[in-house]
Write a protein that binds this ligand. Structure first.
Ligand SMILES: Nc1ncnc2c1ncn2[C@@H]1O[C@H](COP(=O)(O)OP(=O)(O)OP(=O)(O)O)[C@@H](O)[C@H]1O
Ligand SMILES: [Mg+2]
Length: 290
């Protein structure tokens, strides 16, 4: 394994300096508890970012229950499992699930499966390097829970988006995940999204509760990216295997996710309408694809 790591280091050094200046952000999407809405968020957030002109890749890192292909209604020939086994390049596994969004489906084995973790990590790192000039952001949808390999990947990412719901169990489980990451190496920038919010104040309250505990006991700063309401549009979209941002762009869930993508791309400059070529492209996408 030392050999593998050494080869990877040499290969990375051989890349141009440009490689280190890549603007491609790697965003891990995770939760302690399962079924909280990670995959739906990942897919629709990717589409919203693409509508703002970003080039996005999503990797489905779920265990055996990989379902981004079901949610998006597109399926490629190869999966992320094939990439991790070294059978195909990451680009070779991509399928376009929306203009500007490339998806690598999960397949049978996964990022959470701990076997051959070091080899998989070095393969994936190498594959990610090949994407750096063409993508603005790579989203990795992790399944619920975590192991050494997946938490290491989360720690290596630029951002970690934790999906919470207002249930105490969701907070406790995500806290446990964050604790593990913060105690086993580097902690990325941590954002929380509160999903399935019923009362308008519930999102901010849940985020605040999580933030207080994480900042006090783990010394980790948390940013509340936004909240998503409990919305029948999400369920209708799943039934139709079409992302809700495409099927019902005016639903509250869709509008909130667009708002989060806007902040991610433009910061908090909501008062100033975007200008220039990028804004032109965004308007084009919003007009022709939504
Ligand atoms: N905002 C929402 N409004 C209504 N229902 C929702 C919402 N978000 C998620 N759901 C429901 O929760 C289910 C689980 O969502 P999803 O598959 O995205 O969760 P997950 O966290 O990726 O699950 P897993 O941990 O198994 O990967 C969906 O099938 C849907 O029924
Ligand atoms: Mg999922």
């Amino acid at each position: 394994m030392a050999d593998q790591a050494e080869r990877l280091r040499e290969w990375t050094k051989a890349q141009t300096t440009d490689a280190y200046l890549s603007h491609t952000r790697i965003t891990a999407i995770a939760s302690g508890k399962g079924g909280v809405g990670k995959s739906n968020f990942a897919l629709n957030y990717a589409i919203a970012l693409a509508q703002f002109g970003q080039q996005i890749a999503i990797l489905d890192g779920d265990v055996g229950f990989a379902n981004l292909d079901i949610l998006s209604g597109v399926r490629g020939t190869y999966t992320l499992s094939s990439v991790l086994r070294g059978e195909v390049s990451l680009r070779g596994a991509f399928v376009t699930c929306y203009p500007g969004v490339q998806l690598a489906s999960g397949g049978a084995s996964s990022l959470l499966d701990e076997s051959y973790a070091a080899i998989k990590l070095s393969r994936l790192t190498r594959e990610l390097l090949t994407l750096q000039r063409d993508y603005d952001r790579i989203l990795i949808d992790f399944g619920a829970g975590f192991g050494r390999f997946s938490s290491e990947m989360m720690g290596l990412s630029d951002d970690l988006i934790l999906i919470l719901t207002p249930e105490p169990t969701s907070l406790a489980d995500s806290y446990a995940l964050l604790k593990y990451i913060s105690q086993h190496g580097r902690t990325p920038l941590v954002h929380v999204v509160v999903n399935r919010v019923v009362h308008p104040s519930e999102g901010a309250l849940t985020a605040q509760r999580f933030k207080l505990v994480a900042e006090r006991f783990l010394d980790v700063k948390i940013q509340h990216l936004g909240s998503i309401p409990e919305d029948e549009a999400v369920k209708r979209a799943i039934q139709k295997q079409t992302p809700h941002l495409v099927l019902e762009p005016q639903s509250r869930a869709s509008r909130n996710i667009v708002q989060m993508a806007h902040v991610a791309v433009h910061g908090n400059e909501l008062a100033q309408p975007p200008r220039g070529i990028r804004a032109f492209v965004e308007r084009f996408y919003r007009k022709s694809h939504v």
